[in-house]
Design a protein around this ligand. Structure first.
Ligand code: IVH
Length: 685
C-alpha cells in the first residue's frame, strides 16, 4: 500500500461491512428484517463512498462485491474435490423399510437414528470456502465436473461471502440447493408478464434459468436463495462433527439457511411419520419439495455404510407424487358456472399427477388461453398441487402437431343457447340467461345445498342433474316440495338414500341468517360477507330493503358488492323464491338481537383461538365472538386484539406473549362477550 490510510477509515469500513452483512443475514436467511430499507440503503451508500475513496481497501468479501462482475462468454469447468452424488429414490413405504433393514444389517444394530430433511426441488450447488472466504461456487454437472458459477452465486444474498467462524477450516465445501421461494417465483412471473418477457413454468426452472446466466447482473435481479444440507471436502477443521445434525447446526452458525423442518428420528416408523407430516405441509411450505431425505445421523456409521455405484447407502430420498406431468389436450370444452361464467376446460388424455389420474384441467378464461397459446392437440404441462383444481401451466411448443387447432369462445351458451356476453373490463364471458339456463340453475342449487350454506347432505351433482333435467326443481324453494317417492324413482336412488335426502332437506330448514344469505348465491357475497351482512342487519327484510348507501355501511362492503346485492333483490323472481322459502317451506333461523350486541366490548375486535377450551368447541367460540361483532383470525399479529387460550396452546400463545397481546381464558372470553348465550339469541321465524 503506497498511501497510508487513517485507522478510523479501516475501522469504519469493517463496522459497515459487518453491519450490512448482519442486515443481509436477518433479511435473507432469517426472514426477519431488522431495519427499514432506507437505513440499509444509507449504510450501503456510505460503504460504496468509502470504498470509492479508498479502492485498495476493497476486499472480495465486501458486501459491495456481490454485483458488478462482467458478463462471461461461457462457464469454466470445475472438478469437484468430492463428487456430488445422487440419492437413491424410495417411491413407497416398502422401499424405505428395505433401506432401513439393509442399513441395520450392515451396521449390526436394532434401530438407527436418522436426520430427516425436506428434499428441495432446485439446483445442487457446491460452495468452496478457503480460509473462511467464499472462493468458488459450482453446479453439480455430471457429479464429477460442474460449471463455475461463482460470480452468479455471489449475488445470492443468502450465501455468506465469509464464514462467521473466527477460526474457519482451511477448506470447506458447503453443499446445498439454490432455489426460488414460491412467493418470489409468483412475483417474478407477474413482473415478467408485465414487462412482456418470458414466464417460467415452475420455481425450479426459474432458479436454473436465473443461475445459468452469463451476465451476473441478470442473476442479481432474480430472487434466488440457498439452503445448505451437507458438506463436501473439508480440510483443517477445528471442530469435529460426529452427527449430521451437528454439522447442520454448524452451518447454521455460519449463517447458512438450513431447513427449519429438519428433525432427528429413530426407527423406520418415525421416518414414515415424518414423510406424512411433511406431506401434509407440502402445499404450505414456502418452497417446492419433491420428497424428503433420510440420512443416517452418525457420521462414522455413514462412512462404514459407504456408497454403491453413485449413491450413498446411508441416505435415501422418499419421493412424493410429482405435481406436474405432460399430456395431450384432446379437446377444449366450456363449463357454465353458477353466475353464468363460461370457463374453458381442457379435456386431457388421462395422466397421473399429484397422486391422482387427471382428465380435465382449467384454462381459467379466454385471455389465459391466448396468453399461454394453448391449442387443441397440444402437449401441455399440467399441474395439480394438493387439492387445488388441476391447471394447464404451459405448452410444450416443440411438440405442437401440425394438426393443432385454435380454440374459439362460443357466441352462444353451450347449455341453453342464450347469448354470451363479455363486458369490456371483465376477463370472463357469461351466459346472459341467468336462472333460465339449466347449467346456472344446477350450480345455484348445488351452492344452495352446499355444506357451508344450507348443508343438505346427499344433494350432489348427480341428483341435481336429474332434478333439473326432469324439471322437478327450478329454484331452491322447489326442493322443499319434493317427496320421498319422487326421489326414490330417480336413477341411483334407493329408498334409504331418498329418505336420507328428505331428512337432510327437512333439517336444513333450521339454519342461520348468515348461512341463508350465503346460500342465495348473490354475486360477490361469499361466506364472510354473508356473516357481516347478517350481523349488521339482524333481519333479512332490513337487508332486502337497504339501498346501496345503507349496504355500504357494512364492514368490507364496497360499491361493487352493494350493487350486486341491490340488483339481486330488485329481481322479482329472487324475491318470490325467498318468500316461498320462508312462508311455504318455513325455513327459519334464530333472530340476532342486532344493535345491543354491536356496542359490546368485542365489537370490531380481532380474536385468535389456540388450544382446547373447557366447554366451548372452536366453532362455538367463533360463533359467539362473531355474534358479538368480533372477528376470528387464524394467526397472531400486531392487529390481534385478544388471544383466547385453552389447554395445550400452540405457538400462537407464545407469539401473543411476545407481542404483549391480552390473553383470555374461556371465562375471560365469556365475560368480555358480556352475557350468557341465552340472552343473546331469541328464537323467531
Ligand atoms: S443429500 C450424497 N439432502 O437431491 C448425496 N440432497 O438425488 C447428497 N437434494 O442432487 C445429497 N434436497 O440436489 C440431499 N436435503 C437434501 C436435498 C438433496 C435436495 C438434491 C440434491 C441432489 C439430489 C440427489
Amino acid at each position: 500500500m503506497s498511501t497510508s490510510v487513517p485507522a478510523d477509515v479501516v475501522r469504519r469500513l469493517r463496522a459497515l461491512r459487518e453491519e450490512i452483512d448482519t442486515h443481509n443475514y436477518r433479511y435473507h436467511v432469517l426472514d426477519q428484517p431488522s431495519v427499514p430499507d432506507s437505513e440499509y440503503d444509507a449504510l450501503f451508500r456510505e460503504l460504496l463512498a468509502l470504498e470509492a475513496a479508498h479502492p485498495d481497501l476493497v476486499t472480495p468479501d465486501s458486501p459491495s462485491q456481490r454485483v458488478g462482475a462482467a458478463p462471461r462468454a461461457d462457464f469454466a469447468a470445475v472438478t469437484h474435490r468430492v463428487p456430488m452424488l445422487s440419492l437413491n429414490n424410495a417411491f413407497g413405504e416398502e422401499d424405505v423399510i428395505a433401506f432401513d433393514r439393509r442399513a441395520r444389517e450392515a451396521l449390526g444394530v436394532d434401530a438407527i437414528e436418522y436426520a430427516t430433511e425436506p428434499k428441495f426441488d432446485g439446483l445442487a450447488i457446491s460452495l468452496a470456502y478457503e480460509d473462511g472466504r467464499f472462493a468458488v461456487g459450482a453446479t453439480r454437472g455430471d457429479g464429477f465436473t460442474g460449471e463455475d458459477v461463482t460470480a452468479n452465486l455471489r449475488t445470492v444474498r443468502a450465501i455468506p461471502l465469509r464464514l462467521a467462524d473466527p477460526s474457519p477450516p482451511r477448506l470447506l465445501e458447503v453443499r446445498g440447493e439454490v432455489i426460488m421461494l414460491k412467493r418470489d417465483f409468483e412475483k417474478l412471473n407477474r413482473d415478467q408478464l408485465a414487462r412482456g418477457e418470458k414466464i417460467f413454468a415452475n420455481p425450479r426452472n426459474a432458479a436454473a434459468g436465473s443461475l445459468r446466466q452469463l451476465d451476473p447482473k441478470v442473476t442479481a435481479r432474480r430472487p434466488l436463495t440457498f439452503f445448505a444440507y451437507g458438506i463436501g471436502a473439508v480440510e483443517g477443521a477445528a471442530e469435529h462433527w460426529t452427527k449430521h445434525a451437528e454439522l447442520l447446526q454448524y452451518l447454521m452458525r455460519q449463517r447458512f439457511r438450513v431447513a427449519p423442518e429438519r428433525r432427528v428420528a429413530s426407527g423406520v416408523a418415525r421416518l414414515l411419520d415424518y414423510y406424512r407430516e411433511i406431506g401434509e405441509q407440502r402445499d404450505r411450505l414456502p418452497y417446492e419439495i419433491d420428497g424428503v431425505v433420510y440420512k443416517v445421523n452418525d457420521l462414522k456409521a455413514q462412512e462404514r455404510l459407504g456408497f454403491v455405484a453413485r449413491a450413498p447407502r446411508f441416505a435415501i430420498a422418499h419421493k412424493y407424487p410429482a405435481e406436474e406431468a405432460v399430456t395431450e389436450v384432446m379437446d377444449i370444452e366450456v363449463n357454465v358456472g353458477r353466475t353464468g361464467a363460461l370457463t374453458p376446460v381442457a379435456r386431457l388424455k388421462p395422466v397421473f399427477v399429484g397422486g391422482v389420474t387427471v382428465t380435465n384441467a382449467t384454462l381459467h378464461n379466454e385471455d389465459e388461453i391466448r396468453r399461454k397459446d394453448v391449442r387443441i392437440g397440444d402437449q401441455v404441462l399440467v399441474r395439480r398441487a394438493g387439492d387445488v383444481i388441476p391447471e394447464v401451466v404451459s405448452v410444450v411448443r416443440e411438440r405442437r402437431p401440425a394438426t393443432s387447432r385454435v380454440f374459439v369462445m362460443p357466441a352462444l351458451c353451450p347449455v341453453c343457447g342464450s347469448r354470451v356476453e363479455r363486458l369490456p373490463d371483465e376477463a370472463v364471458a357469461r351466459c346472459t340467461a341467468g336462472l333460465y339456463c339449466p347449467a346456472q340453475r344446477k350450480q345455484a342449487l348445488l351452492h344452495f345445498a352446499s355444506r357451508r350454506a344450507m348443508d343438505i347432505e346427499g344433494l350432489g351433482e348427480k341428483l341435481v342433474d336429474q332434478l333439473v333435467d326432469r324439471d322437478l326443481v327450478r329454484d331452491p324453494s322447489d326442493l322443499y316440495r319434493l317427496n320421498e317417492a319422487t326421489l326414490a324413482d330417480l336413477d341411483r336412488m334407493a329408498e334409504k338414500s331418498a329418505a336420507n335426502v328428505m331428512a337432510a332437506i327437512e333439517a336444513s330448514k333450521n339454519t342461520t341468517l348468515a348461512r341463508f344469505i350465503y346460500a342465495l348465491g348473490i354475486r360477490n357475497v361469499g361466506e364472510a360477507t354473508a356473516k357481516d351482512l347478517a350481523q349488521h342487519f339482524g333481519r333479512l327484510c332490513a337487508m332486502m330493503k337497504a339501498g346501496p348507501a345503507a349496504l355500504e355501511q357494512v364492514p368490507d362492503v364496497g360499491p361493487v358488492v352493494a350493487a350486486s346485492i341491490a340488483s339481486f333483490f330488485s329481481e322479482r323472481h329472487n324475491r318470490e323464491v325467498i318468500v316461498s322459502l320462508r312462508r311455504r317451506a318455513r325455513v327459519k333461523w334464530a333472530k340476532l338481537v342486532g344493535r345491543a350486541i354491536r356496542v359490546g366490548a368485542a365489537h370490531g375486535k380481532t380474536f385468535v383461538l389456540t388450544g382446547t377450551l373447557p366447554h366451548l368447541s372452536r366453532e362455538e367460540a367463533q360463533g359467539r365472538i362473531e355474534a358479538a361483532g368480533g372477528k376470528v383470525a387464524g394467526s397472531v399479529s400486531r392487529k390481534t386484539d385478544y388471544v383466547v387460550v385453552g389447554a395445550d396452546p400452540g405457538a400462537k400463545y407464545e407469539r401473543a406473549l411476545a407481542l404483549e397481546i391480552p390473553v383470555l381464558d374461556e371465562d375471560g372470553l365469556m365475560a368480555l362477550l358480556g352475557d350468557s348465550p341465552s340472552s343473546r339469541q331469541g328464537s323467531s321465524a
